[in-house]
Structures are given as structure tokens and as C-alpha cells.
Design a protein around this ligand. Sequence first.
Ligand SMILES: Nc1ncnc2c1ncn2[C@@H]1O[C@H](COP(=O)(O)OP(=O)(O)OP(=O)(O)O)[C@@H](O)[C@H]1O
Ligand SMILES: [Mg+2]
Length: 423
Amino acid sequence: MSYDILIKKDKYKQFNLRGNPFVKTSAEAMTEEEILKTLVFTAEDESIATNIDIVLSGGGATLSLVGDYGTGKSVRAIAISDTFKRHNGVVFFCKVPSGDPARYAKALFEAVCPEALSLELPPEDKDFIFETYEYYKNLVMKNFELDSHKAGKDLANIFSVLSKNNYITCFIIDEFEELASGGNEKEIREAFTLTREYLSRVHGLNKHMTVICSSPKSWHMVKEVHPAVISRIMGEIEFEELDNDAAVELVSKRLKLYREGDAPDPLFPFTREIIERANEVSFHNPRYLLVILRSTLEAALKREGSQKVDLNDLDTGIRLARGKLSTSILKRMKEELTSRELEIFLKICEKFNGGPVFASQLAESLDIDQGNVSRYLNKLAKMGYLKQTRDGQKVLFEAKELYIVVFAKRKAIKSETQEKNED
Ligand SMILES: Nc1ncnc2c1ncn2[C@@H]1O[C@H](COP(=O)(O)OP(=O)(O)OP(=O)(O)O)[C@@H](O)[C@H]1O
Ligand SMILES: [Mg+2]
């Protein structure tokens, strides 16, 4: 007996697909080929390309790619890496580990030295890289005290050596936000100092580019610690919301990758309307969009006689994705909100079914002063967690759609007929 019977891969055939195109929701889960085939360029990519061009023409650049969870930082890192390799560049890639600065230093040198040692270099340059590597490789094991200034300088020196030997290099530091998680304040500062020291020394280095991918919160922390240096030397690229055209292109490219046979149109079984609606509910975040579309497609397949994905499937899809979404949304909220703000927000979702609710009702339920509650509510609205509406003189607060479905567990997507009936 084979498990094929239970896997039912054939079910996707009804939509001319060979599988669910939205299963992979992070760069790490995808092959380089899949990433390059599905990447959609947005305004931010223009700036990335300009900087790559500067480096390939002999200049130097340092870039930070700043964006929330799942906004496409790592897929850009892969596309940058691919471009450099196509132009005979040498790419070094470091995924930042959480923990103390010595671990960070070790990871940086491990990402750079072995690869650099495999290049053709004069013996004295090889010796220098070899010795530097020996030292930092053993740092954690031997419990050496890290000199973060020196570490930054040593790292930059390796790239100077490579540039002097006419190599075009690109150093990608991904998941920079890991530095801010775990360590104490002193350790975080040390790691930032190493980074700053390195950046200020590679600044202007010919034929070299450094790319740092970070969450906005961690990036702002670095800037607070070293404001002048960082803003002077870095080109900052902040990922904006995915607009509807980009969302449609993303879906179309994903579907194409999984297409089998002739489909009636490139978006089949989706429609532009469904994708726009899903994008809106996902807060225009590519990863949330993929997670929601994955289960929306499954919902449509389960529905008997379904010809296309409809708004009810989208609603079911969001509810099916609830578990996965709530974990990641809560993680983000814990980073952004104080525990009081989070408590109030979850109260609106869980006790008041997502709202609408008046400040006075909440104040009573939480036993907090109404003035304070109003301040919290206004802040939550400003940060995009709540919507405000008016009822005469009074203001009502309601959680945004995605939060309603995930935390309040009620239906948020209305079908067209429902909306028309309400009008
Ligand atoms: N511009 C885009 N074009 C195509 N796919 C995208 C785009 N942006 C994001 N994605 C898709 O969204 C998912 C998340 O992207 P990625 O892993 O690069 O995000 P990230 O910002 O690195 O997230 P994290 O904060 O978890 O590291 C991936 O599956 C990727 O294919
Ligand atoms: Mg990433």
C-alpha cells in the first residue's frame, strides 16, 4: 500500500496545478531558482539595482534592507547574490546567530575567511586571512575577551585585501535583528560597535558592497546607538507595503511555477478581486498573503463543485491559517507594543469580539482610568491595529480584519451580497 492514495496530489489538477503554489513562505524554504522565478520588483529594487551598478562599475556601497517579518528581505539578498555571481563577483553570506558578540564575530569570520582562502591570493595575504580566522574561530571556545573595535577593523581589512587583489565582493549579513534578541544591553552595544567599526572602514572601499537585512526595530536601535556614523555611510532601503499590482504579479508568478496544462487565464483559479482582497486583509505583507492564499486554495478544493476561488473560500482560508498567523502576529506585536497595550488589544478581540467598542466600556472591564484607556486606544489606532469610527460625539474602536479573524475568531470577510444588503 502506498501513501500516494492518501496524499491526493491529483486534487490540484482540477485547477491546472501540480501542487499548492503558496506552501513556501520564506526564502529559506525555496531554491535559488524558485526565488528568482517568482521575485516581483517593487520601487525598492530600483535603488538596490543602482547600488549594485555602482559596485560593479568599480565603486563601493553599503546598504541596509529594512523591513518587517516576511517583507522579502532574504529573497532580495538571494537576488543580489545571484547578480554579483553573474558578474564574477564573490559573495559571502552570514546569517546572524543570537547570543553574545563573540558568537557574532565568529559567525562573521566564518562566513568570510574560508571562502576568501579559496581564492587566488599572494601568500602574505593568505597568511593574514588564515591567522585572523584562527583567532576568531577559537574565540568562543577559548573564552577570549572580544575587542569589538579590533574585530570590526580585522573584518574590514580582509575585504581591503580582496579589493586590492581586484576581486569584486559582496558581503550579505542577514537576520541582523537576532543581535537584539537574547543578549543584554552591554552585549548588544558591543555587537553594534563591531558592526559600526566594520562599516566605517569598508565605506568607500572599491568593488565592495555590504548588505545588512534587518527588522525596523533593530535597525532603529543601531541608529540610536551610533546615529551619525550609520546615517553617513549607509544607503537605507525600507520596504513599503506590497501594492495590489505587485500582489497580483506575485500570485501570477507563483501559479506559473506550478502550472500544469492549459489554464483559462494566468490567475486561474484566482481572480484579481480575490487577490486584492487577500492583500488588504494581509496588511499588504507578502508572507501573510502567501499563508492566507495557501489555505484559501485548500478551502476551494474541499468545496464540492468549486470552479474558482471565491470570497467564502478566502474567509475559510483565513480561519484555517489562524494558528500559523497568530503565532507570527503575536511575535511581532510583542516587539512593538507594551504589555499593557497588548492586554488592551487582546481584550477588545477576545472579550468584545473585535469591537466596535467605546473607551468607557473597556475602562470598566479592565478597571483602568478612562483617560488612560483612551490614550492607549488612540496609540493602537495610530499604529494600525485599530480602526476608528464615530457614533455621534463618541469614538468607537474596532480591530482590523486580520486581527478579528485570528484573535476574535469571527467572520470578517463579507461577500458582495452581504455588503450590498447592508448598504
Ligand atoms: N517582492 C517579492 N516578490 C516575490 N515574492 C516575495 C516578494 N517579497 C516577499 N516574497 C515572498 O514572501 C516570502 C517571505 O520573503 P522573505 O523570506 O524574503 O522575507 P524576510 O523579509 O526575509 O522575512 P524574515 O523577517 O522572516 O527574515 C517568501 O516566500 C518570498 O518568496
Ligand atoms: Mg529573512
